[in-house]
Ligand binder design. Structure first.
Ligand SMILES: [Mg+2]
Length: 233
């Protein structure tokens, strides 16, 4: 048996607005958790969600309601959220974003590429969402909200796990951070990675362009063109 070729490229994916649109299931489940804990209907108003980690959203919710953040209270809140998420995902009209399965299949066919997650979701939430949409098994590992409140600190966790798994340091110019918000661009830039913005979430091409990502796509639907642009055709 021949040895596996060494990995040289690392692709790190955001989830919501990048791989899937949950049809609002994520935000709605968070709203239900706020309702369970604080008895308020529209409790997420004024709390920024997109591109933020679930732990930061939790902290901001607690701040809004004037309760002290404790690990126990945060865990209780996030357990409520995950329980709702499991119920709400199949109820909402979510979908895989254009070209995603084809794109992930193409990456999988290229043995030099490692594929992982870099997301503000909790690991448990990421697993619930991606299992529902049949994508979970594409990803070897991830950096999650569990690692830090601050999305900009997640990159090094992903790099460390990539190193541990493959025994190589992936060069920044061969590390791609893919996401749908300026926060994804920022957290990719922090680790010197190539930033790939995709306008399939809540931001337009123009809005993302203002943050100067290295690559900017309307969607990943044209898989051969995207692979070629990224230099991995
Ligand atoms: Mg996103």
């Amino acid at each position: 048996m021949s040895a596996q070729p060494a990995k040289t490229h690392l692709f790190l994916f955001d989830i919501d607005g990048t791989l899937i649109a949950s049809g609002g299931a994520g935000e709605y489940s968070m709203r239900l958790a706020v309702h369970d804990m604080f008895g308020v209907e529209n409790g997420l108003q004024g709390v920024e969600i997109a591109g933020r980690t679930d732990h930061l959203i939790t902290r901001n919710v607690f701040k809004k309601f004037g309760v002290e953040w404790t690990a126990e209270r945060a865990a209780a809140f996030l357990d409520l959220y995950l329980a709702h998420l499991t119920v709400e995902l199949p109820r909402k009209n979510g979908r895989l974003l254009p070209g995603i399965v084809e794109f992930l299949d193409a990456l999988k066919e290229r043995p030099q590429i490692a594929v992982a997650l870099l997301t503000g979701n909790l690991e448990r939430g990421a697993k619930i969402k991606l299992t529902h949409y049949g994508l979970w098994n594409y990803f070897e590992f991830g950096a999650y909200a569990d690692d830090s409140f601050d999305r900009n600190r997640l990159g090094p966790f992903a790099q460390a796990r990539a190193h541990k798994r493959h025994g190589v340091d992936f060069r920044p110019e061969r590390t791609f951070v893919l996401g749908d918000t300026p926060h994804d661009i920022e957290c990719g830039r922090v680790i010197g990675a190539r930033t790939v913005a995709i306008a399939t979430g809540g931001h337009t091409r123009e809005q993302l362009g203002a943050h100067q990502p290295d690559f900017l796509f309307e969607s990943l639907a044209d898989v051969p063109a995207v692979l070629s642009t990224l230099g991995v055709a």
